[in-house]
Design a protein around this ligand. Structure first.
Ligand code: ADP
Length: 183
């Protein structure tokens, strides 16, 4: 699919652990780069290693983490780049704040796409990529999103994708089509 994107945009994923955020984000990153676009990938685990290493998983720290991601994404978009965020981002207000930051910096409308990966908890838990669901069920991980910590389902998602129902390529194509539709 060709892309007629000019200026910056932020693709902001949200969803449970194991919903497919990193997987789809990496595939989208690759798809955009092969179309000559400059991308900045803000993966949740990488951000927590390099930008938010002192933060834990309280609501306050989760919100601060998303605020930092929103700030970086807004800078990237301001300079015409493409920012891809792949963090759980469980709280509605923090996601809206990130949207507001990016949109206030962007040159035109529709520069923040919230992509909700609605993959059901049961599917995420069955995948258990990092073995964290099993640990959370055993009580070995505190405040684990979907098990012992909240996830607020977005009511303002620009796109909803259940990765238990579609392939990675189909998900990426849906996002590219959405970018084309809004830009
Ligand atoms: P998250 O970043 O949301 O925690 P990951 O991308 O790390 O999720 O893990 C999702 C897992 O689900 C990966 O092991 C991936 O290979 C697998 N998976 C299976 N089908 C899909 C799909 N259609 N889209 C995305 N991931 C999928």
């Amino acid at each position: 699919m060709s892309l007629h994107l000019h200026n910056g945009i932020c693709i902001f994923f949200t969803g449970l652990s194991g919903a497919g955020k990193s997987t789809i984000a990496v595939a989208l990153d690759h798809a955009l780069q092969t179309r000559g676009k400059k991308t900045t990938l803000l993966d949740g685990d990488v951000v927590r290693t390099h930008l938010s290493s002192e933060l834990g998983f309280s609501r306050e720290h989760r919100d601060l983490n998303i605020h930092r991601i929103g700030f970086v994404a807004a800078e990237v978009v301001k300079h015409g780049g493409i920012a891809i965020s792949a963090a759980i981002a469980p709280y509605d207000s923090a996601r809206r704040q990130a949207r507001a930051l990016v949109e206030s910096n962007a040159v035109d409308e529709g520069r923040f796409l919230l992509v909700y990966l609605s993959t059901p908890l049961a599917a995420c838990e069955a995948r258990d990529v990092k073995g964290l669901y099993a640990k959370a069920r055993r009580g070995e991980v505190a405040a684990f999103t979907g098990i012992s910590d909240p996830y607020e389902i977005p009511t303002d998602a620009d796109l909803v994708i259940d990765t238990s129902q579609v392939t990675v390529d189909e998900a990426v194509n849906a996002i590219l089509a959405k970018i084309n539709a809004v830009t």
